[in-house]
Design a protein around this ligand. Structure first.
Ligand code: C2O
Ligand code: CU
Ligand code: CU
Length: 520
């Protein structure tokens, strides 16, 4: 009623006020949209077509070893140093094994007894974990096997698993991302009779090439920094890709086919590897070894910790670039973008010589199929991955979360429920993927795995086979291999028991590092 009785002038003033308020709102909204658009635009990186490829790809040296009383012995020394990546004008402070950055490639044969003498010359405690190995928990190098500064740790075990591309890296509780990003990682290749007799490229560093892929961020002084966007659901995402520590590397190819052993040693980034011309290649191996048969594809997605062995054919004198296309994370567009889901990178260039040595065709059959049967599962367990916890709990070094029986198979159901990307890794065991949301996975998941990507709001069912390395007191780890999640507590512990055994008590550790986090 008041509006009807108001004078025309008052009505005009009222209208002007409304218009002004709307304009102000519009300005605020536009500024907000602008800021948001800028944030959105800056949240993704695309280096395709922009990398110079002017440095030869570094090849990690094969670690020398010696035989002592029938045991193959390696020496690893964790050390600090500086590395010139050709980024910025200073040398970058880095950490590595037997050198300033990354580590040598260890190589052993199935059936061999190995020992690695790991000396810690770092200013802080570390551990060295053999990711993908089946061994006693005391040799695993998880958070319980601490190596204080100045000390040497000498784990020893018999290699008894199929040929595979595995790796090693530190695992100190709460500081894994920090130490790995500083450069602590190396490859560990296992051979067996099958891998030795198959006609696959196997001349290390020539046509069988390790490719350790990391994403780094450099500050103005050329130093590494842990780049954590406030909206990132996964932690650090670097904008510079290193392959074996080389930024923009090229590799001279002298054979018709080359095998690349791809390792995602990045703390949080998921890659979708392929080539710049979209060519097909043969995926021949995954985490736990060779596939039953090669899988022809033009893309292979690897989340942190996963490996893939691929064989690609080249024509004389051509150049082809290994790149990572935008990985399908299965997340909503916002989460996906801030998790690196829209990022694209050129990683390294393969330069074929004018004449290439003949390589045999990729064999049509490779290794024995895993052949785990859900009917053999003696137990079913559920794991819910959410935030930085598993089944609502964060890691407790003193708590044993699960106990399994030696030499059995179990069905594990891993559910993600928080909208963020995660992945699943288990120590000291191998698994096969039974289904993802009820769907049988493709041939890329037809072999042994130890790490698998978990898209948001999915249930992944796996069949895990445990070895006979029982220990009631010392646990193995289950965790998200997105290292920020792991460091913040997305990790649980299980012991492997012999029949009749009960879970024991985890021996106390100091689990602290002396240097402040983030001081780099
Ligand atoms: Cu690659 Cu628990 O580690
Ligand atoms: Cu591991
Ligand atoms: Cu996670």
């Amino acid at each position: 009623m008041t509006a009807i009785s108001a004078t025309p002038r008052a009505r005009r003033t009222g209208r002007r006020w409304v218009v002004r308020a709307l304009l102000a709102l519009l300005v605020v909204a536009l500024a907000g949209v602008g800021a948001l658009a800028l944030t959105w635009a800056r949240a993704s990186t695309d280096t395709t077509g922009q990398v110079a490829f002017d440095r030869p790809l570094a090849i990690p040296p094969l670690a020398p070893s010696r035989i002592e009383n029938g045991t193959r012995v390696f020496d690893l020394r964790a050390t600090t140093g500086t590395t010139d990546f050709g980024v910025g004008d200073g040398a970058t402070r880095t950490w590595g094994f037997n050198g300033a950055y990354l580590g040598p490639t260890l190589r052993a044969e199935r059936g061999e007894q190995v020992r690695i003498d790991v000396a810690n010359d770092l200013p802080e405690m570390t551990t060295v974990h053999w990711h993908g190995h089946e061994l006693p928990a005391a040799m695993d190098g998880g958070p319980h096997q601490e190596i204080p500064p100045g000390q040497t740790w000498s784990p020893s075990w018999t290699v008894d698993q199929p040929a595979a591309t595995t790796w090693y890296h530190p695992h100190p509780h709460g500081a894994t991302a920090d130490q790995v990003v500083r450069g602590m990682a190396g490859m560990f290749i296992l051979d067996d009779d099958t891998s030795r007799t198959l006609d696959l490229p196997d001349d290390y560093g020539v046509d069988d090439v390790p490719v350790v892929v990391q994403d780094q961020a450099f500050d103005g002084d050329g130093q590494f920094r842990l780049a954590e966007h406030p909206f990132s659901p996964v932690g650090h995402l670097g904008d510079t890709i290193l392959a074996n520590g080389t930024v923009g590397g090229y590799h001279e190819v002298t054979t018709e086919r080359i095998r690349l052993r791809l390792l995602n040693a990045s703390p949080s980034r998921v890659y979708d590897f392929g080539f710049d011309d979209g060519r097909e290649f043969a995926l021949v191996g995954t985490d736990g070894g060779l596939l039953p048969a090669p899988h022809r594809t033009d893309a292979v997605r690897l989340s942190p910790g996963e490996r893939a062995e691929i064989v690609v054919a080249l024509d004389p004198a051509e150049r082809v670039v290994l790149r990572s296309n935008a990985p399908d994370l299965g997340a909503d567009p916002w989460t996906g973008r801030f998790a690196g889901g829209d990022d694209r990178f050129d990683i390294l260039q393969l330069r074929a010589a004018d004449t290439l040595t003949a390589s045999p065709e990729v064999p049509a059959t490779l290794a024995e199929a895993p052949g785990l049967d859900p009917a053999d599962a003696v137990a079913t367990r559920q794991f819910r991955f959410s935030g930085v916890s598993i089944n609502g709990q964060r890691m407790d070094m003193a708590r044993i979360d699960e106990a399994v029986l030696a030499d059995t198979t179990e069905l594990w159901e891993i559910e993600t429920s928080d909208g963020a990307p995660h992945n699943f890794h288990v120590h000291g065991a191998r698994f096969t993927v039974l289904d993802i949301d009820g769907d049988t996975p493709g041939p890329e998941l037809s072999g042994w795995k130890d790490t698998v990507y978990l898209a948001p709001a999915t249930t992944t069912r796996i069949l895990v086979h445990f070895t006979d390395h029982a220990d009631p007191d010392l646990p193995f780890m289950i965790h998200c291999h997105l290292l920020r999640h792991e460091d913040r507590g997305m990790m649980a512990q299980f012991v492997v028991l012999n029949p009749g055994q009960e879970p024991g008590h985890v021996p106390a550790t100091h689990h602290h590092v002396s240097a402040p986090r983030g001081a780099r």
